[in-house]
Design a binder for this molecule. Structure first.
Ligand code: HDE
Length: 758
């Protein structure tokens, strides 16, 4: 085959430059070895599965572990190039992919070169508009498994029997930054789940924070214009820390509850795998008898809720802007599939009316778990990375209007606006009304209707009937009646008005509840976050207005922030209602520290610092032990390549202090080998590494000579209050030391170590 291609190309394209055979001459027409290899397996036959046929694998029991029934429908569009010849988009084999067609070797290019023109034209149109919000994200496939039969509450197909699995695609995102912005900025995280249920697609388009900035969709464009980079100079990227955002926030005191959450550690998660998700709005569950309950959706990660510290998050934006994307990808590739439990808070309209201090239609309020407990109803496992970022993660179109029979909306005015906005935005972003046919967006349930045509239509609808009612097609497709989506017949009556209920105007009770439910380190982080954000604000009045709002949340918080900004505490913002600020009992579940997680040190990144004359045997043992527990150890050296070992068997450094700085790791091991430690102790980068690990509250294990490095870095052995430091494991019996270290890594951080300033 190779020979034939070469001969044909030669015949077609002579003359060549005899002086440069490899680039311009005869040799160049022979493609690199492998490029024309004969396929060893027969051409894959196209899958017969289409999105219009129900998948056999759905709803009839459990597919194999790790097998996603969505694989089938997507197979028909998957392309694997291995062992194939290069073709144009029309399937014409391409002989030469290096040179345009020219009239003479030094002559002009020919317009006739359809191969070049197709290639460059496609390239010119590769980009599509990024999402107006949530532009930066990462996605994964998986499945949802229902724990119980929830038929008494909802007729939604995914909950109709215990153990039932429904395929999902999830996209996590930041909100404010553009597609190329860094992952670890302070921001809300999107947590959007597409359930490909037997009865159509349900999108639960949530966030990692259970409340929102505003109460009414009318204000969304203002909010986003305020938080996005300022329009005159497009600064700052992916940051709320600027005048326009806090100007809007201070003048819209409904934002104050959400401001507490975004200044908390929730806004700098350690991983997408370690954050909660929330549906935010109150939705309705409707059963087959037409009975409805209000519901709030909660995702809780099995890996626990863990966050970065701010100094680390800020440094990570430079050290690895893809930190969260990479973390999700690597965990799934390694087989440590992220898991989240779905919980629901269920309550009746009568109960909701009796809550009294807040309205369940107000998205700036939570329903405290003390009032309505969260019941677990299933779990989601993300077990497969996308094959192609653009085709799947970028083209996936979530939509708050995508509900299925058994799940319905409420009158939350933010949700009502979202029902419109998402489909609308896809028309621009994905270029027309047929975006539901893009493979990642297409339902597994059958699709039959009379919608036709439009840009990029894929379905080939048969027959002459595209209307209803009809007799010519026997009335098909016919209405499903009670088997279809039946809107819950909520009784509505009222005057046409623009306004909101009085209870919506109480903005501070739950902000105070959040503040008072935080642990001491979490409170300290909130103060520091306000300090950072408001210091970036240039207009003093804008700063002051935020502090004035904080006085209503907590005078202590306002005083701490004011002190840091060097201003006196201003008088409180006037309340928007005469209703009193309600008092709530503290809600421990609002603290991240109450959800330690069940996955131990799995996927935790652990640096083992090495230099010449390290105790290689010990490093290998530690490496193996940490790997066995699911951690990701990395041998970090002063430079790449081998370091000598005391056992005569050299070790390879996998990454360097420069490329793998401290912020990339959850913990560090300083192995034995006095000489190695001495060398490292003279390297300022190693000292900085150890100091940063300490300052960021991470676990450190120092064995034998490793302690010298601790001393040189000035690391105290005890916590500031004189007690033992559970995250600092020094010497001792190696087995006991390793066990204590593993426990410390699983414990995430020793916040008691934090000093401010560092
Ligand atoms: Fe969104 N939001 N949003 N939002 N939102 C979008 O849709 C919008 C809101 C959320 O990974 C856009 O496809 C309005 C709350 C997520 O693809 C857009 C309002 C919550 C994602 C849009 C809100 C969210 C989006 C931009 C106020 C948490 C990313 C691109 C009424 C419950 C989904 C797109 C993904 C994306 C509109 C408020 C979550 C413009 C009008 C509240 C996770 O349609």
């Amino acid at each position: 085959l190779e020979k034939k291609v070469a001969e044909q190309a030669l015949a077609a394209q002579r003359p060549f430059n005899p002086n440069k055979p490899a680039e311009y001459g005869d040799d160049s027409v022979v493609p690199h070895q492998g490029a024309t290899e004969t396929p060893s397996t027969p051409l894959a036959t196209a899958s017969t599965t289409t999105e219009n046929l129900p998948s056999r694998k759905l709803g009839d029991g459990k597919p194999d572990i790790g097998h996603n029934p969505l694989n089938g429908p997507l197979d028909r569009v998957r392309v694997d190039d291995s062992g194939r010849e290069l073709t144009t988009n029309l399937g014409v084999k391409v002989a030469n992919n290096q040179d345009t067609l020219k009239i003479g070797l030094r002559g002009p290019s020919a317009l006739e070169d359809f191969i070049f023109r197709e290639k460059i034209t496609h390239f010119d149109h590769e980009r599509i508009p990024e999402r107006v919000v949530h532009a930066r994200g990462a996605g994964a496939h998986g499945y949802f498994e229902s724990y119980h039969d929830l038929c008494h509450l909802t007729r939604a197909a995914l909950f109709d029997k215990p153990g039932k699995r429904t395929p999902v695609f999830v996209r996590f995102s930041t909100v404010a930054g553009s597609r190329g912005s860094a992952d670890t900025v302070r921001d809300v995280r999107g947590f959007a789940t597409k359930f490909y249920t037997d009865e159509g697609i349900w999108d639960l388009v949530g966030n990692n924070i259970p409340v929102f900035f505003i109460q009414d969709a009318m204000k969304f464009p203002d909010l986003i214009h305020a938080v996005k980079p300022e329009p005159h100079n497009e600064i700052p990227q992916a940051s709320s820390a600027h005048d326009t955002f806090y100007d809007f926030a201070g003048l819209s005191p409904e934002t104050f509850h959400m401001l507490m959450w975004v200044t908390s550690d929730r806004a700098i998660p350690r991983s997408y795998r370690m954050m909660q998700g929330f549906g935010v709005h109150t939705f309705r569950l409707v059963n087959a008898q037409g009975e409805a309950h209000f519901v709030k959706f909660h995702w809780t990660p099995m890996a626990g809720t863990h966050s970065l510290v701010w100094d680390e998050a800020a440094k990570l934006t430079g050290a690895d802007p893809d930190f969260h994307r990479r973390d999700l990808w690597e965990a799934i590739e390694a087989g440590y599939f992220p898991e989240y439990e779905l919980g629901i808070q269920v309550f009746t309209e009568q109960q909701a009316a009796a809550f009294g201090t807040f309205d369940v239609l107000d998205a700036t309020k939570i329903v405290p778990e003390e009032l309505v407990p969260v019941q677990p109803v299933g779990k989601m496992v993300l077990d497969r990375n996308p094959d192609n970022f653009f085709a799947e993660t970028e083209q996936v179109a979530f939509c708050a209007a995508h509900v299925v029979p058994g799940i319905d909306f409420t009158n939350d005015p933010l949700l009502q606006g979202r029902i419109h906005s998402y489909i609308d935005t896809q028309l621009t972003r994905l270029g027309g009304p047929n975006f539901h046919e893009i493979p990642i967006n297409s339902a597994i349930a059958p699709v039959h209707n009379n919608q036709r045509d439009g840009l990029h239509r894929q379905a080939i609808n048969r027959g002459r009937v595209a209307y209803e009612p009809n007799s010519l097609a026997g009335g098909c497709p016919f209405q499903a009646g009670a088997r279809g989506f039946v809107t819950y017949p909520a009784h509505e009556a009222g005057d046409k008005v623009r306004g909101k209920p009085e209870l919506f105007a109480e903005h501070y009770g739950q902000a105070r509840l959040f503040w008072e439910s935080q642990s001491a380190p979490e409170q300290a982080h909130i103060v520091a976050a306000y300090r950072f954000e408001l210091t970036r604000v240039q207009v003093p009045q804008v700063r002051e207005r935020i502090v004035a709002g904080l006085v209503n949340v907590s005078p202590a918080l306002a005083a701490a922030v004011a002190a840091d900004l060097g201003i006196p505490v201003p008088p409180p913002l006037p309340p928007s209602t005469e209703l009193p600020i309600p008092a709530y009992p503290p809600s421990p579940s609002l603290s991240l520290l109450t959800r330690p997680g069940k996955t131990g040190i799995q996927t935790r990144r652990i640096a083992i610092l090495v230099a010449d004359d390290v105790d290689g045997k010990q490093v290998r043992q530690l490496y193996a032990a940490l790997l066995k527990d699911g951690a990701q150890p990395r041998v970090v050296g002063q430079k790449l390549g081998a370091v000598t070992s005391t056992d005569g068997c050299p070790l390879e450094a996998e990454i360097t202090l420069e490329t793998g700085p401290a912020v990339l790791y959850d913990a560090v091991v300083l192995p034995a080998g006095l000489a190695a430690a001495k060398k490292l102790a003279q390297d300022p980068r190693a000292l900085e590494f150890v100091r940063e690990q300490y300052r960021h509250g991470k676990a450190l294990l120092a064995l034998d000579g490793g302690t010298e490095l601790l001393d040189r870095a000035g690391i105290p052995r005890l916590l500031p209050d004189g007690s033992a430091d559970p995250g600092l494991v020094v010497d001792g019996d190696p087995h006991a030391a390793l066990a204590a270290f593993v426990a410390a890594v699983a414990g995430h951080r020793v916040y008691a170590r934090e000093t401010d300033p560092p």
